[in-house]
Every structure is written in structure tokens, then in C-alpha cells.
Design a protein around this ligand. Structure first.
Ligand SMILES: [Zn+2]
Ligand SMILES: [Zn+2]
Length: 364
């Protein structure tokens, strides 16, 4: 029996429309789901403002917790071979892993050239429900998804497919070892997850941040040291403070999640000789900062940059939440719930930082 669903479509920057479409039936290998919770993420705001390099329009939303409503032919398990049935809660990876493009062929699944195949599509094109700001969401045959473990609070599971998976992948690519000191530039969603993951790996953590609410959250996440950049207000002062906290040698690992070019330029000065640096926060091309390559060479710093993650990291992220969601105040990160009809308010309040993480509840 055909029913209709509602979705939120970005037509041009900062202009959204509500549209209704018939809920499709899944093709073989696909799933049709109902959206339980969809978060407003920082990258949604980039897209909304028109700053994303590839996604300029389309159905909004990517962080999601879904309930399976119809399984396509042949779908019996998730991507970890867990049996899947109608009614199960799942978390899908937000992009496609085609397994056929030049990146997939060399095993760089996180760099799949077709990752955003369905992102910028018009909702007119079937199966319509390309984004998660909607009552329904279509999971394609090339799209990894995992059943959400029962121990994970649904309220926090929606964010696993973005920030936490990203941080776990980035830190694995960089290499983080027991006893390392990790300096994290920025205590937004990525930064808080970096504190939790680095701590669980046995590292000591330092956060650099200048906003009271964010410093407080970082401390609630158990960061070992805070450098307030209103107090340490030059790159030299911050580098000196990191050296003081690390017996004069500098941090082993740096993580750039502030999202400003100057933070990247500063990062290498915070590290020890031979340190490792993870660049993950600057995602908009076309912005630059003064960078000192001579210092990079003299210190022999290894820089790793990542975008997206290998799709199975979503499963690691869900497991991480199952083990650690009591230990870290993940539940406090979601501080505002909105109906789908209030999506513009949710976007505006997220943009102005009146709320930390807004969640849409489209089916309530
Ligand atoms: Zn591919
Ligand atoms: Zn996100």
C-alpha cells in the first residue's frame, strides 16, 4: 500500500522547502526506513549556507538513526552479518562505497569517487528520500549500515555515523599509542570525541579552546589539561604552554578540529620532533594561512589528512558507544529536539550556536 512521506529540500542557500513524495519500495539490496532521529551537523550548516565544495542543493541531512520499514530482496543481514528484520534500529554510513571506482579499487573506501552520488540529487528523482531530514530514508545497495546495539541509547546513536566514526578513523590513520600526549585544537563535536577516544587509548589529552561552554564540555569529557586561548592569546604562548605540560618536548600527536586555517599553521609548533599531526577540521578549500614548511622539515612531523572514513568504522563507533556511553556525557551533547516542521529554527539555532546539537524527530 503506497503511503507518502515528507522531506526537507535545500533549493538554494538558506532556503528550504518541504515536499511530499510517495514512499518507494526498495530495489534488491536496498532498504526503506523511517527516520527516528536526524541530527543537525556542522557540515549540514556548511551545505545550508552554500559553502560545501560538492553539495549545493538536495535533500538535507546525514546523521541518522533509522527504523527498518521494508527490506529489499536479498537483504538479510547488516554489513557485519547481523540478522536484520523490519522494525530494527540501524545506523547507515552517510555516503556510498561503490567498490568499483579508482579509489575503491585500491582499497581507499573512504575516498570513494561516488561517495556523494545521491547527495546533491533533486528530490524529484526516485527514490526521493536521499537525505535524513525526512520522515523516510532510503539506504542504497552500495551503502553500509549496521544494526544499533541494544546497549546504545537511541538518543546518542544518531551521531555515530559522523563525528565519532570520523575521529576513530583519523586517529587510527595517524597512529596513537598508550602514553602519548595528544593536543586537540577545538572542542566542538569532533574535539570532544577525540578526547574520549584518545583517553580510551591511554593517552593524556590537552584541549585548546576559547569558548566557556566548550571548555566546560571538554572538562566534563575528562580532558587532562585545558589551554584557554583568551589567556594564552598568541601561537607562541600556546606552544610554550604545551611544552610546559609535556616536560619541554611538545605533544606526540596534534589534532586539528578547530576548522580554521591558522590552527593548521600553528599545529606543528605544538608537537615534539617526530610528532604526528592529524588534519581533519579544515574542510572548505580556498582558504589559506601562513605556514612554515622549514619548521615542518626540521621537526620531521608526519601530517595525515582525512576526509570521511572507511565504512566499517561506523561499527567500531557503535561498539565504542556501547562500551563507553556511560563514562562520557554523550547524552548531554544533544540539547535540543525539534519537529521536522521546525527545521529552519533547528538550523538557525545551530548556526548561531544557541544549541550544541539539534535533533529532528520526524515521526513524532
Ligand atoms: Zn568507489
Ligand atoms: Zn555530520
Amino acid at each position: 500500500m503506497a503511503s507518502t512521506g515528507t522531506l526537507i529540500y535545500l533549493d538554494e542557500p538558506e532556503t528550504v522547502q518541504t515536499r511530499e513524495y510517495e514512499v518507494p519500495s526498495p530495489e534488491p539490496g536496498a532498504l526503506v526506513t523511517e527516520v527516528e532521529r536526524a541530527n543537525v551537523c556542522g557540515s549540514e550548516l556548511h551545505i545550508w549556507r552554500g559553502h560545501h565544495p560538492e553539495v549545493k542543493e538536495g535533500v538535507l541531512g546525514h546523521e541518522v538513526l533509522c527504523r527498518v520499514s521494508e527490506l529489499g530482496e536479498g537483504v538479510e543481514t547488516d554489513y557485519a552479518d547481523e540478522p536484520i528484520e523490519e522494525g530494527d534500529l540501524i545506523a547507515p554510513v552517510y555516503y556510498i562505497t561503490c567498490q568499483k571506482c579508482s579509489s575503491c579499487l585500491v582499497g581507499d573506501f573512504h575516498l570513494c569517487q561516488n561517495a556523494y552520488r545521491y547527495w546533491a540529487k533533486s528530490p524529484e528523482e526516485p527514490p526521493h528520500f536521499h537525505g535524513t531530514f525526512a520522515t523516510h530514508y532510503y539506504v542504497h545497495p552500495d551503502q553500509y549500515f549496521y544494526k544499533v546495539p541494544e546497549e546504545v541509547d537511541p538518543g546518542i546513536a544518531a551521531g555515530a555515523n559522523c563525528a565519532l566514526s570520523q575521529v576513530m578513523f583519523g586517529l587510527d590513520e595517524t597512529g596513537i599509542e598508550y602514553g602519548d600526549t595528544v593536543v586537540i585544537q577545538g572542542a566542538g563535536g569532533l574535539g570532544l570525541n577525540a578526547i574520549a577516544v584518545a583517553t580510551e587509548r591511554g593517552a593524556e589529552t590537552i584541549i585548546i579552546e576559547g569558548v566557556d561552554g566548550r571548555i566546560q564540555r571538554a572538562e566534563e569529557f575528562g580532558v587532562d589539561h585545558t589551554i584557554d586561548f583568551r589567556e594564552y592569546d598568541t601561537p607562541e604562548a600556546r606552544a610554550e604552554r604545551v611544552h610546559e605540560l609535556t616536560d619541554g618536548v611538545g605533544a606526540d600527536v596534534g589534532v586539528e578540529v578547530a576548522g580554521v586555517p591558522e590552527a593548521f599553521a600553528e599545529g606543528i609548533h605544538l608537537l615534539r620532533d617526530g610528532g604526528r599531526y592529524l588534519e581533519m577540521g579544515n574542510v572548505n578549500p580556498g582558504h589559506s594561512a601562513d605556514f612554515d614548511p622549514g619548521t615542518l622539515t626540521r621537526k620531521a612531523i608526519d601530517i595525515t589528512a582525512v576526509v570521511r572514513y572507511d565504512p566499517w568504522y561506523l561499527r567500531k563507533a557503535l561498539d565504542f558507544l556501547a562500551d563507553n556511553s556511560e563514562k562520557y556525557p554523550y547524552a548531554d551533547l544533544i540539547d535540543a529536539e525539534f519537529a521536522l516542521t521546525d527545521v529552519e529554527e533547528a538550523l538557525a539555532k545551530s548556526d548561531s550556536r544557541d544549541v550544541t546539537r539539534a535533533t529532528l524527530l520526524p515521526n513524532r
